[in-house]
Write a protein that binds this ligand. Structure first.
Ligand SMILES: [Zn+2]
Length: 289
């Protein structure tokens, strides 16, 4: 099985896997590669849509686990794997102080758990978030911190020896969005008379408070052939679907433009790479015999 290259995407909450990496998960599974998702928290503190809020809140973790399982089935990414922490809520909210939250987690215990998952799955490619966690959510920032340490620690047999045999990950990426793509999507929406979730007045990509500059992009994968699967996986997260969300109301051509490519910052590669790769596994695939 280790002959088959594996993609491990680490996410903070149920639904992040579909939004940020649904395309690459669907594409590489369709190519016959191994794919899996680790979700650090249960998403227990998010907004609840499309169901009775009071009745759902006490069993929200269970609801979101089922939705995640449905999303992963569509993406052909196996069963949910949780790191076992509670959603910390948005930055500055009371959830940040919950001792069970990911934000309050004992750092080395969180790294140990991540190392155990990595050593068990043995990925060729690991995907986490950038240092800002994409958009500043505490669980996304913590995901980055834990993953960058775990991605190195997993290769050192003397570290976390109870977490399985050492495994070196050849390539590590940070999931991101081009700042220029955010400006374009925002302008496209406004031009059609639709509300832009990003604000309507970015003078340039430099004004976008999230994402990455074009010259920081290390890989961009075309996922247009798998866009229907990605959007279906996103829609499996029924309790998180705000019917007003721009995600669900984009004209098809804009949807393809906004979500048809998935961008990554290359954090590390053990194989020589240059420029913007169009394949996260570039340099790792065996030449055809
Ligand atoms: Zn999230």
């Amino acid at each position: 099985m280790d002959d088959v290259l594996g993609l491990l995407c680490v996410h903070a909450h149920p639904d992040d896997e579909a939004i940020a990496t649904g395309g690459v998960l669907a594409r590489y599974a369709a190519e016959g590669l191994r794919t899996a998702v680790v979700t650090c928290t249960g998403g227990e503190r998010g907004e609840i849509y499309n169901m009775d809020v009071d009745a759902t809140r006490p069993r929200l973790a269970e609801v979101r686990r089922e939705e995640l399982a449905a999303s992963l089935r569509m993406l052909d990414a196996g069963e949910p794997r949780f790191l076992g922490y509670v959603d910390s809520g948005m930055m500055g909210t009371e959830g940040n102080d919950d001792p069970a939250s990911f934000w309050r987690a004992d750092f080395h215990e969180a790294v140990r758990r991540m190392v155990a998952v990595i050593r068990e799955f043995r990925p060729a490619v690991l995907v986490t978030y950038d240092a800002f966690g994409g958009y500043g959510h505490p669980d996304h920032i913590q995901n980055h911190r834990v993953c960058v340490v775990a991605a190195e620690a997993c290769a050192v047999a003397a570290l976390y020896p109870d977490a399985g045999p050492a495994w070196r990950i050849p390539k590590v990426y940070f999931s991101t969005i081009r700042k220029s793509a955010i400006v374009q999507a925002s302008r496209d929406l406004v031009a059609r008379g639709l509300p832009s979730p990003f604000g309507e007045d970015f003078a340039s990509a430099d004004d976008v408070p999230m994402g990455s500059a074009d010259d920081e992009i290390g890989a961009e994968v075309d996922v247009r052939a798998h866009l229907r699967t990605k959007m279906a996986a996103l829609r499996a997260h029924v309790s998180q679907l705000d019917s007003d969300s721009f995600f669900l109301n984009m004209p098809e051509d804009l949807e393809v433009r906004a979500f048809g490519q998935e961008a990554f910052v290359r954090a590390r590669s053990d194989v020589p790479v240059t420029g913007v790769e169009d394949d996260l596994f570039a340099g790792l695939r065996k030449p055809p015999r």
